[in-house]
Ligand binder design. Structure first.
Ligand code: NAD
Length: 481
């Protein structure tokens, strides 16, 4: 089996311990490569390399850094098919999803911030007759970027690109569940002779490698995307060290459907917002609230459509859903379906593991699942499941929908389906979420602020927000004599 390697100071290296652990393909349940089991020693070397590289990288002009980022984008784009196949194999997602979403977006992340940094400007504040303040936005130094498994290269590059564009050097760790495309990115860096030490990628477990990145006194900012409980742990370590923190955490997003909506468009989009990427997108709308007038119509049409969705191996061009990411995750999702039954829910469709023929017979497939009859405040409706499982719940009034939507600890995103303009804006204003889509889902403009409220996180990514996070403002006052 292939051995993945860390990329530190422009060199491929095994973990200093010499240890590796298995990387399993979710489609087959079989190991197919080895992941370096890195520890503090490896992270220390990566931080040293980044610290050394910082003095020259941060002094490059924005145009020069922009060119390097564009070369990374081009390097991935030139190997599109290789990256697509690797992402699909590593994560279990349908090949066509990796081809249409994951890898094109990773390319876009680099080219977006390559151009953004050229247009980034700082502010000045003029004081009549007294002088002028101007604000420099300086790179921070060495920053840590830690990402999850659901959109592996997409979310990894979403952090790395603005960090590099702003002039920082990076120590980054992809998820140990889906490390492969980050390894391919290192190969691209090697080919284009990306400056040594500027971007160091260290593989390994969160509690070891990730923890060492967070604890290192020289990583001055941590950008993390992952689960809320991991976010709490990271905050408890980083906050007393006064590190800058960006935490993009879990969600339990409402999809609120009023009876005056465009039914067909809502139905087609609700299929995607429920089950895209096997429901493993932090923005998926796992709690569907439907106004009572169209509840039965929606239920019948939705369940019929879900039953036609094909769960299959990722390379199957007909696959709507592939495998979920790992055995423990599959077991977690199935346990929530059992919990839903115990809480009085009725499984309308799905609710079980799907057994495919060999060689996929040990893969981690779950039928898309729709559950009704649950209280809005039961555990199934309050805790993040992060799989192909949605609940449907009727409501009568706008106030009731809002109360149920806002009832969880989370506040990442929400979708509202209505043709009533006033109501759409009123609901959007009152919903506790960082991102609201009206009559749409997952339409993304990379300039917009991205992130959540409550237990869904702290801080925002995207556009200027990301460049502000990865820079330190310094105000300078000049007195007029
Ligand atoms: P996770 O929290 O288990 O792991 C995320 C990353 O953190 C991994 O690289 C992991 O190795 C690392 N990590 C784990 N423990 C660590 C520690 N103690 N110190 C430092 N690093 C540590 O999350 P996951 O299971 O990989 O991803 C799923 C979660 O991510 C879901 O909750 C989902 O909602 C969330 N997510 C959020 C967003 C968002 O933008 N808000 C986007 C995608 C996923």
């Amino acid at each position: 089996m292939e051995k993945l390697l860390n990329y530190i100071n422009g060199e491929f290296q095994a973990a200093s311990s010499g240890n590796f652990f298995e990387n399993i393909a979710p489609a087959t349940g079989k190991p197919y490569s080895w992941i370096p089991d890195s520890d503090e020693d490896d992270v220390n070397r990566a931080v040293d390399a980044a610290q050394t590289a910082f003095s020259s990288w941060s002094k490059l002009s924005n145009e020069e850094r922009s060119e390097w980022l564009q070369r990374l984008a081009n390097g991935i784009a030139a190997k599109m098919d290789l990256f697509v196949a690797a992402e699909s194999k590593d994560n279990g997602k349908p090949l066509k999803l990796a081809a249409h979403v994951d890898i094109p977006r990773a390319v876009q992340n680099f080219s977006f911030f390559a151009t953004a940094i050229i247009h980034y400007a700082s502010e000045s504040h003029y004081m009549v007759g007294t002088g002028v303040n101007y604000t420099l936005r300086k790179p921070i130094g060495v920053v840590g970027c830690i990402s999850p498994w659901n959109l592996p290269l997409y979310l990894f590059t979403w952090k790395i690109a603005p960090a590099l564009a702003a002039g920082n050097c990076v120590v980054a760790k992809p998820s140990e569940v889906t490390p492969y495309t980050a390894f391919l990115l290192c190969k691209v860096m090697d080919e284009i002779q990306f400056p040594k030490g500027v971007l160091n990628i260290v593989h390994g477990f969160g509690h070891k490698t990730g923890d060492a990145i967070v604890r290192h006194p020289l990583t001055k900012a941590i950008s993390f995307t992952g689960g809320t409980s991991t976010g709490k742990t990271i905050a408890s370590i980083a906050a007393p060290m006064f590190k800058k923190l960006s935490l993009e955490l879990g969600g339990k997003n409402p999809n609120i459907i009023f009876d005056d909506c465009d039914f067909d468009e809502m139905l087609a989009t609700t299929m995607r917002s429920s089950f895209a990427n096997q429901g493993q997108i932090c923005l998926c709308g796992s709690r569907i609230f439907v106004q009572r007038g169209i509840y039965e119509k929606f239920k019948n049409a939705f369940v019929a459509k879900v039953q036609k969705s094909k769960v299959s191996y990722p390379d199957d061009p007909q696959a709507h859903l592939g495998a979920v990411v790992s055995k423990p995750h599959m077991e977690k999702v199935l346990s929530y379906i059992e919990l839903a039954k115990q809480e009085g829910g009725t499984v309308l469709t799905g609710g079980h593991r799907v057994q495919l023929d060999a060689p996929y017979d040990e893969g981690y497939y779950i039928a898309p699942t729709v559950i009704e009859g649950l209280a809005y405040n039961c555990r199934t409706n309050q805790e993040e499941i992060f799989g192909p499982v949605v609940t449907i719940t009727p409501f009568d009034t706008e106030e009731e929908a809002l109360m149920m939507a806002n009832s969880t600890d989370y506040g990442l995103s929400a979708t509202i389906w209505t043709t009533n303009l006033e109501r759409a804006h009123r609901m959007a204003d009152n919903i506790q979420a960082g991102i609201v889509w009206i009559n749409a889902w997952l339409v993304r403009d990379l300039r917009t602020p991205f992130g959540g409220v409550k237990s869904s996180g702290v801080g925002r990514e995207g556009g200027w927000e990301a460049l502000r996070f990865f820079t330190e403002p310094k105000n300078i006052f000049v007195k007029y004599s």
